[in-house]
Design a protein around this ligand. Structure first.
Ligand SMILES: *[C@@H]1O[C@H](CO)[C@@H](O)[C@H](O)[C@H]1NC(C)=O
Ligand SMILES: *[C@@H]1O[C@H](CO)[C@@H](O)[C@H](O)[C@H]1NC(C)=O
Ligand SMILES: *[C@@H]1O[C@H](CO)[C@@H](O)[C@H](O)[C@H]1NC(C)=O
Ligand SMILES: *[C@@H]1O[C@H](CO)[C@@H](O)[C@H](O)[C@H]1NC(C)=O
Ligand SMILES: *[C@@H]1O[C@H](CO)[C@@H](O)[C@H](O)[C@H]1NC(C)=O
Ligand SMILES: *[C@@H]1O[C@H](CO)[C@@H](O)[C@H](O)[C@H]1NC(C)=O
Ligand SMILES: *[C@@H]1O[C@H](CO)[C@@H](O)[C@H](O)[C@H]1NC(C)=O
Ligand SMILES: *[C@@H]1O[C@H](CO)[C@@H](O)[C@H](O)[C@H]1NC(C)=O
Ligand SMILES: *[C@@H]1O[C@H](CO)[C@@H](O)[C@H](O)[C@H]1NC(C)=O
Ligand SMILES: *[C@@H]1O[C@H](CO)[C@@H](O)[C@H](O)[C@H]1NC(C)=O
Ligand SMILES: *[C@@H]1O[C@H](CO)[C@@H](O)[C@H](O)[C@H]1NC(C)=O
Length: 658
């Protein structure tokens, strides 16, 4: 659909030539509400390799020989070098109780340099200048060197090598660690990790390997951490709310395969992995501590989902067995924020985190209104969790995984969670949705996914976020932000998409082994999240086609106005006349306007990253009556911020401009 061309120039005072009357907005200086400062964020879970093979920086696929459905052993991703025989063995001495299957590499002495390679998650990004950190466990008598290298899977060219002197013996497992710095960049991502050894130095005819791992430099240098480029694309939209660990991943396919946080702690050899919710093996490498450290690094508030006795297949825990899961949730909370001398707080301290993390929001389950869970959720699961959590942690805001709108009169003092995947018209129509709801809510998952036209839930999704959808999201976000005294925050979901294996098309960020691209929605969320209000302020309300919220930030001293225009009459610009009570005439403010391509169905190119979102920044001044006057084009998003240094960013950790 092509919209009419803009007929009126954008610019200060240009409204005077418009035949359209200006939207006249006056903002009071009193009567507002304090905000919590974390309105914008995202949900992360390992949907179709967006954790393993995605945000989690591990380059080796299938490092512990598991594929799933209860994790039957596999050599998937492993390939022999120089005619060796690779096989799986459950040795009488396993690496650990949970990683019991290892890879046996059998070679006769005259075979010379032998080994195996792993082709990664659709390749591996290899760059000179990066120091890769590797490790592997081996058992078997070998005197000699191991050679680790990164090679092209296409040409065989070697980009970097490390020699590791064997410490391996026949009687036990020995870990070998190494660093590898390539001497040149690989031309593409079709690369493999190669590990070889000299067969003539082996006695016994074979060696056994397990937990073979390789990490590029990670975000903030965290061991076992996040992939830098993806983490940076997330950090750069200034998220302040982080909902983990799902989503469906929390619930699991059955009540024997949910995301059990206790399996995600400590050394990798003690993490069994699990079947996940999308049919492939998940390593448990991206565990609770890794998520918490990531939240800490970026300055995000956690919304922690706890398993509540509902899985995707409809397994429901009877009330007589529910206490086990309530206790498990209490243990998890104690692990996160209990004192270092408490039972689980001491486990945290042993893992190197004596100081408690902050945890203010705990969500019970995920989408309990699905999978046949709603009746038992309302009847006994939620009430039992709520009273136990409230009693142990009165300051924690407990959240029901369903909302007021799913038909639950949520018992107080709990909050709700509303999920919306919709077409832009719906997101716009829901602008007022939370105006009269007194219960606090998070918007735990949201995104524009369908084109306008009522295709319904099962209808086709757009192939990528598109500008019209982004504007729909902006209108809903502004609606939430107007109700910041009760709306805890909104989370985009799912957040990232592995372009090699995806199920859900619409994500804020897309990636391959060596690329990361930002969608139209990323640019809008970035702008919205960059201007934090500490207080909303009452403003004249005449919405449609202009939707807005006003407030101020008590640290920057700025007054803030956020707006979006959706379907103006004949597509003309909307003139705005805006006055903040108490803001002197002649005050300057920075006006940022985002506009999109002429075709509202235009998307950012997920392969090249070509961005169709245009950003204009101008400094404008209020006139002698104190009015800021400007025009906003149809399908635009805008922020006016009068803080003296609007080019600087609000740092949520320090609560200061940086
Ligand atoms: C600024 O606003 C926040 C949130 O509303 C509030 O917690 C804080 O006390 C305020 N600070 C000052 C100096 O008014
Ligand atoms: C070896 O261990 C795997 C688990 O990794 C298990 O699925 C398999 O049944 C075991 N095989 C044998 C022969 O015990
Ligand atoms: C490189 O890897 C990609 C993804 O696995 C594959 O589609 C492509 O065909 C490969 N290219 C070559 C030259 O092997
Ligand atoms: C790498 O090469 C192996 C065979 O040599 C092949 O099976 C695999 O698909 C290749 N991987 C990629 C990512 O191209
Ligand atoms: C590894 O060892 C081989 C042979 O011993 C040697 O040629 C090579 O330079 C060494 N590589 C590194 C990175 O030390
Ligand atoms: C994503 O995961 C689902 C569930 O395992 C699977 O059915 C689907 O094929 C996956 N999508 C792709 C493109 O691999
Ligand atoms: C697991 O689900 C089954 C129903 O499918 C139920 O009978 C059983 O009690 C559940 N177990 C637990 C511990 O929740
Ligand atoms: C909220 O309540 C006001 C006052 O009763 C009413 O005018 C308005 O229509 C209600 N809004 C919604 C979305 O229900
Ligand atoms: C402040 O909160 C009250 C109670 O929720 C609400 O009625 C009022 O509209 C809010 N004011 C602003 C400016 O958000
Ligand atoms: C807005 O305009 C688009 C494109 O013409 C159309 O699909 C959509 O239904 C309109 N929505 C409303 C609420 O007018
Ligand atoms: C905010 O300030 C803290 C403390 O000085 C710093 O560590 C952090 O990097 C800053 N965050 C951003 C996004 O600049």
């Amino acid at each position: 659909m092509v919209f009419p061309k803009l007929v009126i120039q954008t610019g200060i005072f240009a409204y005077a030539v418009s035949s359209v009357t200006a939207v006249d907005i006056s903002v009071s200086s009193t009567g507002g509400n304090a905000t919590n400062g974390h309105q914008y964020g995202f949900l992360h879970e390992d949907i179709n390799n967006s954790g393993d093979g995605g945000l989690y920086a591990e380059l080796i696929r299938n490092r512990a020989f598991q594929i799933s459905e209860g994790f039957p052993a596999t050599l998937d991703a492993w390939h022999p070098i120089n005619g060796v025989e690779l096989s799986l063995k459950n040795l009488s001495i396993p690496l650990s109780d949970v990683l019991v299957t290892s890879m046996n590499v059998a070679a006769s002495p005259e075979q010379g340099e032998v080994g195996f390679f792993n082709d990664g998650y659709w390749g591996m990004d290899v760059k000179a200048s990066r120091k890769y950190s590797g490790s592997f466990w081996v058992k078997g008598a070998y005197s000699g060197q191991f050679t680790a290298s990164l090679q092209s899977n296409v040409s065989g060219e070697t980009f970097g090598t490390a020699n590791i002197t064997s410490q391996s013996t026949a009687g036990e497992w020995t870990e070998h660690e190494f660093e590898l710095t390539p001497s040149k960049d690989a031309p593409n991502s079709n690369n493999s990790f190669v590990l070889t050894f000299d067969a003539s130095g082996v006695s016994g005819g074979s060696l056994d390997f397990n937990l073979i791992s390789l990490f590029p430099p990670t975000f903030r240098g965290r061991k076992n951490g996040m992939r830098t480029d993806i983490a940076e694309a997330l950090e750069q939209f200034h998220p302040t709310l982080f909902r983990i660990p799902g989503g469906n991943m929390l619930e699991g396919l059955t009540n024997r395969s949910w995301w059990d946080w206790k399996n995600t702690l400590g050394p990798l050899k003690n993490r069994p992995g699990f079947t996940g919710a999308w049919g492939y093996q998940q390593t448990n490498g991206l565990g609770l501590v890794e998520y918490l450290e990531f939240a800490e690094d970026i300055g995000m508030e956690i919304v922690l989902g706890v398993y509540d006795g509902l899985s995707l297949n409809g397994d429901i825990t009877p009330e007589s067995q529910l206490q086990y899961y309530i206790d498990d949730a209490l243990d998890e909370i104690e692990f996160i924020r209990g004192p270092a001398d408490s039972k689980w707080g001491s486990v945290r301290a042993e893992l190197g985190h004596p100081d408690p993390w902050k945890l203010q929001y705990v969500e019970v389950g995920n989408e309990d209104w699905l999978s046949g869970g709603w009746e038992t959720f309302k009847e006994y699961r939620f009430p039992n969790f709520l009273s136990a959590l409230n009693e142990a942690y009165p300051d924690i805001q407990v959240i029901s995984s369903g909302s007021y709108y799913d038909g639950y009169d949520i018992p107080q003092p709990a909050g709700g969670d509303y999920h919306v995947y919709a077409e832009p018209d719906t997101l716009v129509a829901e602008f007022n949705k939370f105006d009269n709801i007194t219960t606090p809510h998070i918007i735990g998952e949201m995104a524009a996914i369908h084109p306008n036209g009522g295709s319904g839930w099962d209808g086709p999704q757009q192939p990528f976020p598109w500008w019209g959808g982004t504007i729909g999201e902006a209108v809903s976000l502004i609606g939430y932000e107007r109700n910041q005294d009760r709306i805890i925050g909104a989370a985009y979901a799912p957040i990232i998409r592995n372009m090699n294996r995806w199920q859900w098309a619409i994500t804020m960020i897309q990636f391959t082994a060596d690329t990361v691209t930002r969608s139209t929605s990323w640019y809008m969320w970035e702008l919205m999240a960059a201007h934090t209000m500490t207080e909303t302020l009452p403003a004249t309300s005449q919405f449609d086609p202009l939707y807005y919220v006003a407030g101020r930030n008590n640290q920057t001293g700025g007054h803030i106005f956020k707006a979006a225009v959706y379907n103006s009459t004949d597509g003309v610009d909307v003139p705005v006349k805006l006055a903040f009570e108490g803001v002197a005439p002649g005050t300057s403010g920075e006006l940022t306007i985002l506009t999109g391509p002429e075709d509202p169905y235009g998307s950012n190119d997920p392969y090249t990253g070509v961005n169709v979102v245009k950003t204009s920044k101008t400094t404008i001044r209020s006139d002698k009556s104190g009015n800021f006057q400007f025009n906003l084009p149809d399908l635009s998003v805008a922020i006016l911020d009068t803080s003296p240094a609007t080019t600087r960013r609000w740092n949520r950790t320090t609560r200061r401009k940086t």
